[in-house]
Design a protein around this ligand. Structure first.
Ligand SMILES: Cc1ncc(C[n+]2csc(CCOP(=O)(O)OP(=O)(O)O)c2C)c(N)n1
Ligand SMILES: [Mg+2]
Length: 832
């Protein structure tokens, strides 16, 4: 130590400048030379800044280039960085792992590895995605649970993919191992013909008793194969649980996402999820991310997985810590687990733990990894299991005998699994699902959705008033004045007002409403204006939050520019808040296909795979208006193709009153089914699609809007959405009196009886023509023709549509007009 470098600070404390200089370098870059990879395959990254000739270097190195490496330079807040320095620089990084802790850790490690070995022996040739090589995950989660529960957690909401999932079911969710082995026995196949899911995707719930004796409920979220797709769903589910709890929710429900290294680095949906982590409409007070990093993705080496040094680096864009840790120093792993959890609770943000280990077998156990990584696997072959290394390190005698006992226990469970005859459910549903139903639609699920005229007027009044002194934008004032007239019957109700009235009536009745989407607060088409903004100070006033004294919450959020991330979140939210109306809105319906995996894997298949229900509403602006290939089609064909066994509802309300009834029906019925709504653009304020306020007093949504102007018809045009209004205008122009125009408002479940009744009203003779704006290879055509034919009997069923096309619509406004005109003409003239 050089005496010259120690000086008195003004406060009287001495500052050792040389020590500070060395530590400063190590705090910033120490992790780059850390001992982080048990097998030594992660190439060291020598950093000249660290090679300082000073006696403090060894001390700093032992802390910052050890088996723990902290990557925190990108954190803006100095007090947060300081918090981590203090923890790192205190002895034992803040807590001593006692002999008793070590016994518990050893037991967990033995269980984790032996569980995999028993499955390997008994179910050779089955995929199980072994945790061996990264089995420190189990003591890590044990520590997260212990620390979390001491800080207030009562439930862990956990999302993870394949790796080690069965192990987590057994040792974190605490499912009896018999149940898990029964998955391999594939008992009771008849109960899941055409449905169900593979054993390493199923969700599970259970109770965990922590080291300190606290109980934590575990909720392992059902998960598709699509890596990282479960991230936003898990976070959305957590948020719903927190919201329904109210105060203290952020502490009680702790989200944990476990990722593979390749997936963490590669999948955009994770980046989208992390991007909204701190936004008020989406925050959960911090998610703990654990990367179970085996430096491999299937056959791909980490060098081919990401352009960054670590898979974790995508997280650097956020002001959150990344803790790297050597997965074979289990005491270090649990220390990091505690530090990260305490950080989450203290600062309310995400944290990332990058735990590096290896993969003992191939990607799955039927895969031979020696073909692609021969040298690595040569090394792994001779490498002892983690529990043996740990037992040696802590000097535990008797570990082998302990392992033998655990093996016997699992083998017995395996034998018992053979006696199980009914497929285990692995989880309990929360009480709040008791009063909701899935399955096929039944007439008794229906409710009345109309409101008395006085009630509508009262709601309209609340929706159109704002506090005295509020400086309203002149355009918004005009809109509110018009809406007030709509409420009092002086002007027909448009879509924007119909939606506001539906939301207002629901929150008043105690049903929370949550809507999120890009620019949803104002509305992409300037139609919603759910938040009034003072022109002088940008203060906000939300009429929907001021409907009645004891109303439910109404949250309308501008989302980040994300589709899969936000749609996944809202789906998750709807899963744990069945009492509320949850809506996601696409900016234009086209963009929903960015979120296709959420639609395919969760929204349409969730009930069939996992028996899990959702009442999520998707609002998808749709309609051919000459705006080009990308602002025309929400791809009705995609949703129609996904529909089977009443898994989803697909609707296109043709007027404001219908939209009002549809939204209320979705919330008030206890049938919980995702609802896909094709919403209007140009028709939003169009008089033809506006409704007299009296139509909101009608009893319910009409799956079919009949044509009451026409009796006996020579032709019945069947259509959905905007084209129907254009056909009506065309009919008027033509002074046509024998063509009926019927709006199919619900495309799925197909309202066969209602449509057949409507056809019958128009006599027996009429030709039936399906008319759609979409090209022949798109829209509902392919699905409708056989259905219509069934109702039509001997009659002709014709169709009018654009010709098949690779792109949904023309880029030329003029070409669009020519096409649209042709469609209208053909609708009245085409012959079979
Ligand atoms: C979106 C998606 N693309 C591809 C796959 C196929 N796949 C399954 S596992 C895997 C490798 C995953 O590697 P990593 O994330 O590191 O997890 P590990 O298996 O190594 O634990 C791939 C490519 C998938 N499941 N999901
Ligand atoms: Mg991997």
């Amino acid at each position: 130590m050089s005496g010259a470098s120690v000086v008195e600070s003004p406060s009287g404390n001495s500052i050792n400048y040389e020590r500070e200089r060395v530590f400063s370098a190590y705090r910033q870059f120490g992790y780059l030379e850390g001992d982080l990879d048990p097998l030594g395959f992660l190439r060291p990254r020598p950093t000249s800044e660290l090679h300082i000739d000073s006696p403090y270097t060894a001390e700093a190195r032992a802390i910052y280039s050890s088996t723990i490496g902290v990557e925190i330079n990108h954190i803006y807040a100095p007090e947060r960085r300081r918090w981590i320095y203090q923890r790192m620089e205190s002895p034992d990084q803040g807590f001593e792992v006692t002999e008793q802790d070590q016994q518990r850790i050893l037991d967990l490690l033995i269980r984790a590895d032996i569980f995999e070995q028993v499955m390997q022996q008994r179910y050779l040739g089955s995929k199980r995605f072994s945790l061996e090589g990264v089995s420190a995950l189990i003591p890590l989660v044990d520590e997260i649970l212990d620390t979390g529960s001491r800080l207030g957690a009562i439930e862990l909401v956990m999302g993870m993919s394949h790796r080690g999932r069965l192990n987590v079911m057994a040792h974190v969710a605490k499912r009896p191992t018999e149940e898990i082995f029964a998955g391999f026995e594939d008992v009771d196949p008849r109960s899941v013909l055409g449905s169900g899911d593979v054993k390493y995707h199923m969700g599970a719930t259970g109770e965990y008793v922590t080291r300190s004796g606290n109980k934590v409920h575990i909720h392992l979220v059902s998960n598709p194969s699509h890596l990282e797709a479960v991230d936003p769903v898990t976070v959305g589910r957590t948020r719903a649980k927190q919201d329904r709890t109210g105060e203290g929710g952020r502490e009680k429900y702790l989200p944990l996402l476990v990722h593979g290294d390749a997936a963490f680095a590669g999948q955009g949906i994770l980046a989208e999820t992390m991007n909204y982590a701190d936004l008020p409409g989406y925050t959960v007070g911090g998610t703990i991310h654990v990367i179970v990093n085996n430096l491999l993705g299937f056959t791909t080496s980490y060098l081919e997985e990401h352009s960054t040094r670590f898979a974790a680096c995508i997280a650097r864009r956020q002001s959150i810590p990344i803790f790297h840790v050597n997965g074979e120093d289990v005491d270090a792993v649990v220390r990091v687990g505690r530090m990260a959890t305490e950080y989450r609770y203290r600062f309310g943000t995400d944290v990332v733990i990058n735990m590096i280990g290896y993969r003992r077998h191939g990607h799955s156990e039927v895969d031979d990894p020696t073909v692609t990584q021969p040298l690595l696997y040569k090394k792994i072959k001779d490498h002892p299991p983690l529990w043996e290394i740990y037992a040696d390190d802590i000097g535990a005698g008797g570990a082998q005998a302990q392992a033998a006992r655990v093996r016997e226990e699992f083998e017995l469970a395996q034998q018992n699994a053979g006696k199980i005859t009914k497929k285990p459910t692995l989880r309990d549903l929360p009480k709040y699902w008791d009063q909701y139903y899935g399955g096929r639609h039944k007439p008794e699920f229906e409710v009345e959705t109309g409101l008395a005229i006085e009630e509508l007027a009262a709601l309209a009044n609340r929706l159109t008033t704002y506090p005295a002194g509020f400086h309203i934008h002149p355009k918004v004032r005009k809109l509110l004045e018009q809406r007030a007239e709509m409420g009092s019957g002086k002007r027909p109700v448009d879509y924007g007002m119909a939606e506001a009235l539906a939301f207002a009536s629901l929150v008043k009745a105690g049903i929370p409403v949550r809507l999120s989407g890009q620019d949803s607060r104002r509305g992409t088409f300037n139609q919603r204006h759910s938040v009034l903004i003072d022109t002088e100070n940008e203060n906000e006033y939300v009429p929907l939050e001021n409907i009645a004294p004891n109303q439910a919450h109404c949250g309308i959020h501008n989302s980040t520019l994300s589709e899969p991330g936000v749609l996944g979140f809202e789906y998750g939210y709807s899963r744990d808040y069945p009492e509320s109306l949850v809506l996601w809105e696409a900016q234009f319906g086209d963009f929903a296909n960015v979120a296709q995996a959420i639609i395919d894997q969760f929204i349409s298949a969730g009930e069939a795979k996992w028996n899990l229900l959702s009442g999520l509403v998707m609002l998808l602006p749709h309609g051919y208006e000459g705006q080009g290939p990308e602002h025309s089609s929400a791809r009705i064909e995609r949703f129609i193709q996904l529909a089977a066994k009443h898994n989803i509802q697909i609707a296109q309300p043709s007027n404001a009153a219908q939209y009002f009834h549809l939204l209320r029906r979705q919330a008030l019925r206890h049938w919980r089914k995702p609802l896909v709504v094709f919403t209007p653009k140009s028709m939003l304020r169009h008089p033809d699609a506006s409704s007299p306020v009296a139509d909101l007093t009608r009893t319910n949504f009409q799956n079919v809007v009949p044509d009451t102007e026409i009796g006996e018809a020579s032709r019945i045009l069947v259509c959905t959405g905007k084209i129907g209004h254009e056909l009506r205008a065309e009919r008027k122009k033509r002074k046509e009196k024998t063509t009926a125009i019927v709006f199919l408002e619900q495309l799925y479940p197909f309202p066969e009886k209602e449509l057949a009744d409507e056809f019958a009203r128009h006599g027996e003779a009429g030709e039936i023509v399906w008319v759609q704006e979409e090209p022949a290879n798109m829209g509902a055509l392919f699905n409708m023709l056989p259905r219509l034919q069934r109702i039509a009997g001997d009659r002709h069923v014709l169709s009018v549509k654009r010709s098949s096309s690779a792109s949904p619509a023309t880029g030329s406004g003029k070409a669009h007009e020519v096409e649209q005109k042709t469609l209208l003409t053909l609708a009245f003239t085409t012959k079979g």
